[in-house]
Design a protein around this ligand. Structure first.
Ligand code: S3P
Length: 763
């Protein structure tokens, strides 16, 4: 129960939305009194009998006196007449002039116009609103107090509205469980025209088209599921939609015009039998539908950062088995990029179907590349050549993926057209000037438009910016493969040679894959050069399993008892094997077998057994070679005997989260003594076993507790592994990002003996 916000709320219209809102206000105790107006007398009588209303009438003047909030829940076209009655009540002193007025209609500009027409100037209490909620059934009897819980409500904060009115209405909606979003009325109407009004119009239209055929009985008799799914919404109230179509006329007409253009394009592709273009279009649409599927599955317009999943992990103390780990993230990204820019077709196997790599895939589809799949890790990319990308119609959305954004910046800086790159909240906080600044020295016109050198990035195409990019010599201040790759990729279009010098070795997948596609790359120690103007030739790419994902289970086996785990065909590129070197220095029992080469990258089966880990000082040259594995290495260090010291790892602070601070916070929650330093972490290991001790009788080193992952996939997975040496249950919040790099992590972990239960609280 809340405290009442209002003295008397008057609901005008007791249909599904009005009655549900009234019920939610009543059940939550948000108003001292509740009255309603509805021409349908039985609804009023029943609502009074049910104790929902204190009073009600068909006539507004009978009940409105003293209301400090009026909710208009009548069809759009009837709102103006209600405003006339309200004005009369204000004029004759029944209502205060600052009484708050709101509505629940699905169009907003016409509500504001109606208010202007009636009141002259807009009342200070007017706050137009639109709850994005509904149900199949309509009317008073269909009401549900929970209808708005976790649904969004769009409110239009007009310049004329008092702050009190806005604050109180926001509070009311939040108190009934809704998420409140502010939006300009025009923007609201344009968005709704596309997302709601156009689909309803098309559904009505398709049913009309089929019903008017002479053989309509047959058509409906044999109508397949597609027809039923597509036209379900044509069963809704015609009067309501008639009113909405007129009320939002101009936005709907322009959405319809745009639809016509798309329909014509598709028609032409079918006439021309243009298979590649049609596959491109269908694949793009399918991918976009999947990409947004999780948003569509939840409530429209809900704040996705509020969607969360958690792991509840029961301690287990042993793992065993032979498993395959999903494909390498870095190589998957690059396969899409180079495959798209190549001439000819590229077939990829082992592609990682995680959200990060899928963001790259979607970006290239948005730029006109036809990509078939992914289907079980298989992709077919129809390369468009070095100059074949087309401008995307919308900003390219990189999700959580720093690799996508940084590498694409290099490619896009060289294209003829303008681009905008954006990402999720976490990515939009990560430093982008590290690529933007050196790209500018090549002549790129690129602006980091977020706060403090962050995305969204706005990139001006060469058509506007002028001459081609120029080769450059760049000494990288940090050993970042993303920065290196960004510049090398930009260098493919630059005049002259681009040379990047790195302070330490970083992962070299870009260099290897460029060579595999036939592009000359010169590597002289830490100096890497490419000369612009070459071409790439498509071919086959086999993506090995990701050693960064394998690392979670490597540590899992090392810290738990009676464990032996084999991870098959994992990439062991020497620029990525820092985790193996560090674990070996910590005395881990690791061996490699079945070494081979696939697609220019070395692979091997990695076997790891229960180990007597000891603390070490981690050599700084290994830091870039294990940069993504430190979260889980900190878990290993906690289980080792003695102290582990990491230095020279400031980069960890600008990953998907500040991995030094966030890991330290979590380790301390689980009872580990650790000290954060500027560029690393000191961990007091709690392992007790000696080199000759009994590995297979290891005691828990972690307690249990509640861990916040800060929406960082590797933090979530690292603390899952800690459960193998925990005394009690560990709960990890914010694990939905695990899908960015390791789809199926929890299932695979459970398969080898862990016990992770996934709870999703998104609807
Ligand atoms: C990556 C490089 C690394 C790594 C990231 C992937 C890549 O980042 O952390 O997960 O694919 O090039 P930095 O190069 O910025 O260290």
């Amino acid at each position: 129960m809340h405290r009442p916000i209002f003295e008397q709320v008057c609901v005008i219209g007791l249909g599904l939305i009005g009655a549900s809102f009234a019920q939610a206000i009543k059940d939550n105790g948000l108003s001292e009194r509740l009255v309603a107006v509805d021409s349908h007398a039985p609804s009023i009588t029943e609502a009074i009998e049910h104790g929902l209303l204190d009073a009600g009438s068909a006539n507004l003047q009978d009940v409105i006196s003293g209301s400090d909030l009026i909710i208009i829940a009548v069809p759009v076209q009837a709102v103006q007449a209600v405003f006339v009655d309200i004005k009369q009540a204000m004029d004759n002193g029944q209502l205060a002039a600052d009484c708050i007025l709101t509505d629940v209609c699905s169009t907003k500009v016409n509500i504001i116009d109606a208010a202007k027409a009636v009141f002259g100037s807009l009342p200070v209490g007017l706050v137009p609103a639109h709850p994005i909620a509904g149900a199949e059934n309509s009317g008073y009897h269909a009401r549900r107090a929970s209808l708005f819980v976790n649904h969004s409500v769009i409110i239009c904060e007009l310049a004329t509205t008092s702050n009190v009115a806005i604050t109180k209405l926001r509070l009311l909606w939040e108190s009934v469980g809704a998420n409140v979003i502010s939006m300009d009325a025009g923007h609201h109407d344009r968005i709704l025209a596309h997302t709601s009004h156009l689909p309803h119009l098309l559904a009505f239209n398709l049913v009309e088209q089929l019903a008017s055929h002479d053989d309509n009985l047959d058509i409906f008799r044999y109508a397949a599921g597609g027809f039923r799914d597509f036209t379900r919404i044509a069963a809704s109230d015609p009067k309501m939609w008639h009113d909405i179509f007129f009320a939002n006329k101009s936005a709907i007409v322009s959405a319809l015009d745009e639809y016509g253009v798309y329909l014509q394009t598709m028609r032409q592709l079918i006439i021309d039998k243009d298979s590649t273009a049609l596959m491109g279009l269908l694949g793009r649409a399918q991918a976009a539908r999947r990409h947004f599927g999780h948003m569509l599955a939840s409530t429209p317009y809900t704040d996705t950062s509020a969607m969360s999943a958690s792991y509840n992990i029961t301690p287990s103390n042993t793992v065993s088995g032979t498993i395959a780990i999903p494909g390498d993230k870095s190589i998957s990204h690059r396969s899409i990029m180079l495959g798209s820019l190549a001439t000819g077709v590229t077939h990829v196997t082992g592609f990682l179907e995680g959200e990060d790599a899928l963001a790259t895939l979607q970006a290239f589809r948005d730029m006109g590349v036809t990509i078939e799949g992914p289907d079980n890790g298989n992709l077919t990319i129809h390369g468009v050549g070095m100059n074949g990308l087309k401008p995307s119609k919308t900003p390219l959305y990189m999700g959580n993926s720093g690799t996508s954004m940084r590498l694409l910046s290099g490619i896009l800086a060289a294209q003829s057209f303008d681009s905008v790159l954006t990402g999720d909240t976490s990515l939009n906080k990560r430093p982008m000037e590290r690529v933007a600044a050196p790209l500018r020295t090549m002549g790129a016109v690129i602006q980091s438009t977020g706060h403090s050198g962050t995305a969204p990035l706005s990139i001006t195409g060469r058509d506007t910016a002028g001459k081609p990019l120029q080769g450059t010599e760049y000494n990288m201040p940090v050993a970042s493969a993303q920065v290196k790759s960004c510049l090398l990729l930009a260098g493919l279009w630059a005049e002259g040679t681009t040379t990047v010098t790195q302070p330490e070795i970083s992962r070299d997948h870009t260099e290897r894959m460029l060579s595999a596609f036939g592009y000359p790359v010169i590597v002289e120690g830490n100096r890497i050069s490419v000369t612009g103007g070459g071409t790439l030739t498509g071919g086959d790419i086999a993506v090995p399993a990701d050693i960064s994902s394998a690392a979670f289970f490597m540590v899992g086996a090392a810290i738990s008892q009676n464990s032996e785990l084999t991870l098959t065909q994992v990439g062991i590129n020497p620029t990525r094997t820092g985790v193996i070197d560090i674990l070996k220095l910590m005395n881990a029992d690791i061996s490699l077998s079945n070494e081979a080469h696939v697609g220019g990258e070395p692979v091997a089966d990695i076997t790891i057994r229960s180990s007597n880990l000891v603390g070490i000082e981690i050599p700084e040259h290994l830091v870039p070679l294990a940069i993504d594995e430190f979260p889980v290495l900190f878990v290993a260090a906690s289980c080792a005997k003695g102290r582990t010291v990491l230095t020279g790892a400031k980069e960890l602070r600008v990953k998907e989260s500040d991995r030094i601070a966030v890991m330290a916070e979590g380790l301390q929650t689980l009872g580990i003594d650790c000290t954060v330093t500027d560029d690393g972490l000191i961990i007091e290991g709690k392992g007790t076993a000696t080199e000759n001790g009994d590995i297979n009788n290891s005691q828990p080193v972690f307690g249990g507790g509640h861990i916040v992952s800060h929406h960082d996939h590797r933090i979530a997975m690292s603390f899952s592994v800690a459960s193998l040496r925990a005394a009690e249950q560990i709960t990890i919040e914010g694990v939905e990002t695990v899908n960015t790099s390791f789809p199926g992590f929890a299932e695979l972990a459970n398969q080898i003996g862990m016990s992770i239960q996934v709870d999703t609280d998104a609807e």
